[in-house]
Design a binder for this molecule. Structure first.
Ligand SMILES: [Zn+2]
Length: 273
């Protein structure tokens, strides 16, 4: 398992390597959300994030490994665990929550099941990746009530985690963004008919071996919002074999890393041109 303690140890290692580590805001339950920066702040920037969906926490050790091994000049900003409260709920169940009324609420939303291993949402039962302001509420699987997955929230950007990610994005104004998810071994690009830098998308697809798909019907995601507001290149990278259970994906981390080993080099090159 790779949780918040493991992440904190890795952040210390990254800091010792010379990376900048800072917080971009707080989760609903008050946990600081860390960000890693490496490279130069001059020229086009790359921004990536992981674990916006709780059960997809394998993406955190993946992007941390990518950041540890990155030594290029292009600036890279990485938010390795956006949905910390959700990840801890998946990994530690209701023990990760202090307040009894919140425990009761989460248990009820989870259908009375104390196993939260398939939870995607945050600690308010909002699915963060359908809460961005891009065709908000128009996704085919969206629901309008608290749920382990797919609840759009009361309004776009209702969630602290997303406000923090939006602020960082607006400050950095990245030329390329990568949203790491699991699973399926595919890359989704663009939003509606906006594609961004298709040559760069193809290079990342070739390097990873993940086929590039258009995400027609996608709504309310970070990538959707970023592409809609900037017309730049935003990719959602879905790592891991579809047939492997979420909790077992971490056993395949070395193979998953291998496929993604060159992604930051390609993305930063694209961002800087
Ligand atoms: Zn996801």
């Amino acid at each position: 398992m790779y949780g918040l303690n493991e992440l904190q140890k890795d952040l210390e290692i990254l800091s010792a390597q010379g990376a900048e580590i800072f917080d971009i805001g707080y989760t609903l339950l008050g946990r600081p959300i860390p960000c890693i920066f490496k490279g130069s702040k001059n020229g086009g920037q790359t921004l990536l994030h992981a674990s916006i969906h709780a059960r997809e926490w394998v993406t955190t050790p993946l992007v941390v490994e990518m950041m540890k091994n990155y030594s290029g000049d292009g600036g890279v900003w990485c938010v390795p665990m956006v949905n910390i409260d959700g990840v801890l709920l998946v990994q530690n169940g209701l023990d990760s929550v202090q307040e009894q009324s919140l425990k009761n609420f989460l248990l009820k939303v989870n259908g009375g099941n104390s196993d939260f291993s398939l939870w995607k949402a945050n600690a308010r039962a909002v699915d963060l990746n359908v809460n961005f302001n891009a065709l908000w509420g128009e996704g085919s699987q969206n629901v309008t009530y608290p749920s382990p997955a797919n609840y759009i929230g009361q309004y776009p950007f209702s969630e602290y985690e997303n406000i923090a990610l939006r602020s960082l994005t607006e400050r950095v104004q990245p030329s390329v963004t990568l949203s790491y998810h699991a699973k399926g071994n595919v890359i989704y690009r663009g939003f509606g008919c906006i594609d961004g830098d298709t040559e760069c998308a193809r290079r990342i697809s070739q390097s990873t071996g993940y086929p590039l798909l258009s995400s027609y019907g996608s709504a309310g995601g970070y990538k959707d919002w970023y592409v809609a507001t900037t017309q730049k290149l935003g990719l959602t990278v879905e790592v891991g074999d579809e047939n492997v259970e979420y909790s077992k994906l971490v056993d395949y981390l070395p193979q998953i890393y291998q496929r993604n080993a060159d992604v930051l080099n390609i993305a930063t090159e694209c961002a800087q041109k």
